[in-house]
Design a binder for this molecule. Structure first.
Ligand SMILES: NC(=O)c1ccc[n+]([C@@H]2O[C@H](COP(=O)([O-])OP(=O)(O)OC[C@H]3O[C@@H](n4cnc5c(N)ncnc54)[C@H](O)[C@@H]3O)[C@@H](O)[C@H]2O)c1
Length: 349
């Protein structure tokens, strides 16, 4: 059976890391007949070419695919008010695919403990799986923009909270059984509903899970002070966005972090956590590991190719261990060097 993957490279370093990731993913699968990869316009580049950041044909291709891989999206500089921000297309993409939970694993590689700005003994033993709610909250609520004021509205329903809490609790069951829920229940009504719903779901259906609630401001501090004490962390869209960028630095670079967005079916959306990195775009030095590791999750969760996923996962670990490090990690490897090193590790297996 041929599986279909829709690739949206996007902007900035998006195409650089997407091409690198597709190349190693195809090598890990081996059989060219097993996969069909289609490339589709998306983001600022699509807007410039055809006036739409998320063209209908791209949307249709994503909905018809078994999995979607996305690079990064962003416009260069500030835009006139009448031009829509292309980042909006990413929110539309996530909503169209119904991918309401975003999984972001933070597991520093032993060879990169000194690449983190934190001391190695702080980072040692860190293995966090963030579960970020992805299609609700402040990013999706009603917005108003006037010359003299603007507003964004955060909304959550019980159903939206419940499904992401269940997802996180199921994942915690497969790990240490500890779940940390992050909110701002001392100030926000949506957070109070979040906490109440979490308590009920865990008490009713997950008595084996140890649940703790942490306020988001305290969590920002704990992530730096004692990252190794957390296992599965579940939180809202806004808080998850911010906390995972902070947590990325435990791995040495934002470029290391992969993500998998899942919903009700098997189709998922896979993307590195970073943006378009305009400061290094076009120089061939983007760190492709986050994009490549997102492919591991794609192979495993959406394509049912777990052997290829394991092969690629191991090859990525081996390449990092062997010192294949881009400049953001303190090394001198180019994106192409990393691709070559990972392909060589795959060959060895
Ligand atoms: N998912 C997305 O597509 C996404 C996410 C965040 C930001 N953005 C967009 O990207 C643009 C730039 O945003 P930003 O600068 O705040 O965030 P960014 O993630 O693009 O970059 C932040 C810093 O991290 C570095 N970096 C990021 N990814 C890297 C990689 N793979 N290899 C090496 N270094 C890497 C960059 O060079 C930069 O110094 C904006 O338009 C923003 O809206 C898009």
């Amino acid at each position: 059976m041929t599986r279909h993957v829709a690739v949206l490279e996007g902007d900035g370093i998006g195409p650089e890391v997407a091409r690198a990731a597709v190349q190693v993913m195809q090598a890990a699968v081996g059989d060219p007949a097993a996969l069909e990869v289609g490339w589709h316009p998306f983001g600022w580049s699509a807007y410039e070419a055809g006036g739409e950041a998320f063209p209908d044909a791209t949307r249709a291709a994503c909905l018809a695919a078994d999995a979607v891989f996305f690079g990064a999206v962003g416009a260069p500089g500030t835009l006139p008010p009448e031009v829509p921000r292309p980042e909006r297309a990413l929110l539309e993409l996530r909503a169209s695919l119904g991918t309401w939970a975003n999984l972001r694993p933070v597991r520093p590689h032993p060879a990169l403990l000194d690449a983190s700005p934190l001391r190695r003994e702080r980072v040692l033993g860190t293995d966090i799986l963030f579960v970020r709610e992805l299609t609700g909250g402040l990013y999706f609520g009603p917005k108003e923009s006037h010359p003299d004021r603007a507003s964004d509205t955060a909304e959550y329903s019980v159903g939206e909270i419940e499904r992401v809490i269940r997802q996180a609790a199921d994942l915690a069951r497969g790990r240490s059984g500890r779940l940390t829920s992050v909110d701002k229940a001392n100030v926000l009504a949506t957070s109070r509903l979040w906490r109440q719903t979490t308590d009920r779901v865990i008490a009713e259906d997950y008595p084996d899970i140890t649940l703790e609630h942490v306020l988001v401001d305290a969590m920002a501090m704990h992530l730096i002070a004692r990252p190794a004490t957390f296992d599965v962390v579940v939180t809202s869209n806004l808080f998850g966005d911010i906390l995972t960028d902070e947590a990325a630095m435990l791995t040495g670079s934002l470029g290391m972090l992969p993500s998998a967005s899942v919903g009700d079916g098997e189709r998922g959306l896979y993307e590195p956590v970073h943006g378009t990195a305009p400061d290094i775009a076009g120089r061939g030095i983007a760190n492709p590991y986050g994009a490549m590791r997102s492919m591991v999750w794609m192979l495993r969760l959406s394509l049912g190719l777990s052997e290829a996923a394991d092969r690629l996962d191991q090859a990525l670990d081996d390449a990092v261990a062997a010192g294949s490090h881009t400049p953001d990690l303190g090394g001198r490897a180019t994106t192409a060097d990393v691709v070559r090193d990972v392909l060589a590790r795959l060959d060895e297996r």
